[in-house]
Design a protein around this ligand. Structure first.
Ligand SMILES: Nc1ncnc2c1ncn2[C@@H]1O[C@H](COP(=O)(O)OP(=O)(O)OP(=O)(O)O)[C@@H](O)[C@H]1O
Length: 196
């Protein structure tokens, strides 16, 4: 098992359909004991087949609000009636077990983590083009038309944000999958920079 030399969690962002999940799942497959995906808190109920502590930490609205008031979340968001968040304690526990935590986060979450000053490293996965992104989203076959259009709109916001210098430590264009994967692998195993 190749050791990760930089203990900071890896924050992966990028537009929906760009291939983030595909890329980090490859990393998990090839290094099963090294990485772990951050488990978020949510106030929504578990769906059939989902497991507490594996898919999410399922909590009540009261518990969520209390943790948020105590500054317990690295980032949090509301979708519909439900709250979602990444707890600092969860990341610290997973890191203490010797795992490198991977966070799959949308742009608002990236801004919040940046603002919190929590040590992390940031990688953005970019599509080769907006046309290719649309093709992948449609090709995946998981989304209805309205959802595809919403995701493409959001993609424009994410791509604009990624152009601001200094936000991400690395931008990887996911054109050829194996090539993009190699770049991700190289990034996660890199020596920490002296300034980091
Ligand atoms: N380099 C690539 N070339 C071609 N197709 C790809 C490439 N990478 C991923 N794909 C395909 O693009 C689709 C979207 O990938 P994936 O589900 O990993 O995206 P995602 O960024 O995790 O999306 P979301 O944020 O919505 O979960 C999948 O069908 C995947 O197989």
């Amino acid at each position: 098992m190749a050791p990760v030399r930089d203990p900071r969690p890896v924050v992966i962002s990028g537009p929906s359909g760009v291939g983030k999940g595909t890329l980090y799942k490859l990393l998990f497959q090839r290094y099963p004991d090294t990485f772990t995906l951050s488990v978020s808190h949510t106030t929504r109920g578990p769906r059939p087949g989902e497991q507490d502590g594996v898919d999410y930490h399922y909590v009540t609205k009261e518990a969520f609000t209390e943790l948020k008031a105590k500054d317990g979340f690295l980032e949090s968001a509301q979708f519909g009636d439900n709250f979602y968040g990444t707890s600092k304690a969860t990341i610290e526990e997973q890191t203490a077990k010797g795992k490198t935590v991977v966070l799959d986060i949308e742009v608002e979450g990236v801004k919040q983590i940046r603002a919190s000053g929590f040590p992390a490293r940031y990688v953005f996965i970019a599509p080769p083009s907006e046309e290719e992104l649309e093709k992948r989203l449609r090709g995946r076959g998981t989304e209805k038309e309205a959802s595809i259009l919403k995701r493409l709109d959001q993609a424009k916001v994410e791509l604009e944000y990624s152009k601001i210098p200094g936000i991400h430590d690395r931008i990887i264009v996911n054109d050829d999958l194996e090539k993009a994967y190699k770049e991700l692998e190289e990034f996660v195993f890199a020596e920490p920079k002296a300034s980091a």
